[in-house]
Design a protein around this ligand. Structure first.
Ligand code: NAD
Length: 436
């Protein structure tokens, strides 16, 4: 079975590489010529642990190739995954399906065979139905099958998530497409990973409801954190105590500077839009979004308060700008709100983030970039841990404090404890949801 994947981004490239590693023959397509050229030359356009080796292995085994030209290959393909971006429309928050529909239209124009189109992009509930109704209206003889197969991988552990998923969701009303999907995911089925077959609307809803729920957990603990700060409770202890209850679970209960990334912000927005459209408001998720935006502002206030509002010419080092560790992705990262706000207060910004630097340099203009946290901290007034990269989890605190002008740490990921930081020469330490 020959599989095509349109959209060779974080999801498409990982999916294509993993599907080829299952033994399938895969062609990854993208409209971005530079990206495809890089991939053909063995250069991976994104940072994702293990991806380079996996791509190399499958390219060498002749199971994985790259192309910009869907037209030349389409008749060879039995299955085509669509994994293009579906960002939020500015202001409205609806999912922008322009790229997605451009691809669907292109496929249908080119394809003549009985192809299975698998939608991996996150698309609003009802999109599968809409495609079918639009197409059936236009051409009653079309012979293609549609599957909703939303993706749940996390950047930073994407390969493991694809290869060892908590579940695979397959939404289709077609018996043939179900058989094709069974064949594609056989390596996972044989290892007992749960594969849930359902209708397309439920599959689409599972994706949004899952992301909305996870975002809710994060916003919930962030609100608890602000109450902890007022009452003297320690949010880390609280989250631990809560998380040990199996009904709650410990994941996504870490207080911090708010969720970001290419999924939660846009998917929660699109989810509430769908709710409004169908007259079934999703009030919890509406609140989650506003809490998340407040949390980022609260972090700015925390930093501001350290210097009693006088940030002029203070040298502030940010450790980490990506929305989470182990990725170069800074889409919707808390850093995008927090750093410009601090910059507006006339502070001098230094940044350490080796993987985020490529994209970050185009965004955080006027900042100084360092590869070593120790060099960045030299002469600085504050270090802010914004992304908990491993290298910031095991800092030589004494070395950092000894080179700073005023040794203060704002640990927005609760990596350290106050006693540890103070005993290593810092004169002040603030974190999230803990006063000690
Ligand atoms: P991305 O921006 O990294 O990649 C999208 C790719 O699609 C780009 O390379 C772009 O050039 C290409 N593209 C756009 N229009 C095209 C066209 N007409 N023809 C060919 N290529 C085209 O996006 P992503 O992060 O991989 O996300 C893809 C989808 O998967 C989104 O719907 C997203 O919500 C969903 N998703 C993402 C993640 C994640 O962690 N990134 C996880 C689960 C689901």
């Amino acid at each position: 079975m020959k599989i095509g994947v349109v959209g060779t981004g974080y999801v498409g490239l990982v999916s294509g590489a993993c599907l080829s590693d299952f033994g399938h023959s895969v062609i990854c397509f993208d409209k971005d010529k530079d990206k495809i050229k890089d991939l053909e030359n063995g250069k991976i356009p994104i940072y994702e642990p293990g991806l380079e080796a996996l791509v190399k292995k499958n390219v060498e085994a002749n199971r994985l190739i790259f192309s910009t030209d869907l037209n030349s290959y389409i008749d060879e393909l039995s299955v085509l995954f669509v994994a293009v971006d579906t960002p939020a429309v500015k202001l409205s928050g609806k999912a922008n399906l322009d790229s997605f529909y451009a691809v669907i239209q292109e496929i249908l124009k080119l394809s003549s065979n009985n192809m299975v189109i698998v939608i991996k992009s996150t698309v609003p509930v009802g999109t599968n139905k809409e495609i079918l109704s639009k197409l059936l209206k236009n051409d009653k003889d079309l012979t293609f099958e549609l599957v909703s197969n939303p993706e749940f991988l996390r950047e930073g552990s994407a390969i493991d998530d694809f290869m060892r998923p908590d579940r695979v969701i397959v939404g289709t009303n077609s018996v043939y497409a179900k058989e094709v999907m069974e064949e594609i995911y056989k390596p996972l089925y044989l290892r007992d990973f749960p594969i849930v077959y359902t209708d397309p609307e439920s599959a689409e809803m599972i994706k949004y409801a899952s992301n909305a729920f996870l975002a809710t957990k994060i916003s919930f603990i962030n609100e608890v954190a602000s109450l902890c700060e007022k009452t003297g409770a320690n949010v880390k202890e609280v989250a631990k105590g809560m998380g040990l209850d199996n009904r709650i679970g410990s994941k996504f209960l870490h207080a911090g500077p708010g969720y970001g990334g290419s999924c939660f912000p846009k998917d929660t927005l699109a989810f509430i839009k769908t709710g409004q459209m169908y007259g079934a408001r999703q009030r919890i998720v509406e609140t989650v979004i506003s809490v998340n935006s407040e949390v980022k502002n609260r972090m700015v206030e925390k930093i501001d308060n350290i210097f009693n509002g006088h940030l002029d010419n203070k040298i502030i080092c940010f450790f980490g700008i990506t929305f989470k560790p182990n990725t170069d992705d800074i889409r919707e990262a808390p850093s995008l709100t927090i750093i410009p706000e601090i910059q507006l207060k006339n502070a001098k910004i230094r940044i350490v983030d080796r993987k985020g630097e490529g994209q970050g340099k185009m965004i955080f203009k006027g900042s100084e970039w360092y590869s070593s946290p120790y060099e960045a901290a030299s002469g600085a007034d504050l270090v802010v841990i914004l992304t908990e990269w491993n290298e910031f989890r095991a800092l030589d605190l004494n070395r950092i404090s000894s080179v700073m002008r005023t040794p203060i740490m704002a640990d927005l990921r609760n990596v350290y404890s106050k006693s540890e930081v103070i005993s290593n020469g810092f004169k002040d330490y603030i974190s999230v949801g803990r006063i000690n």
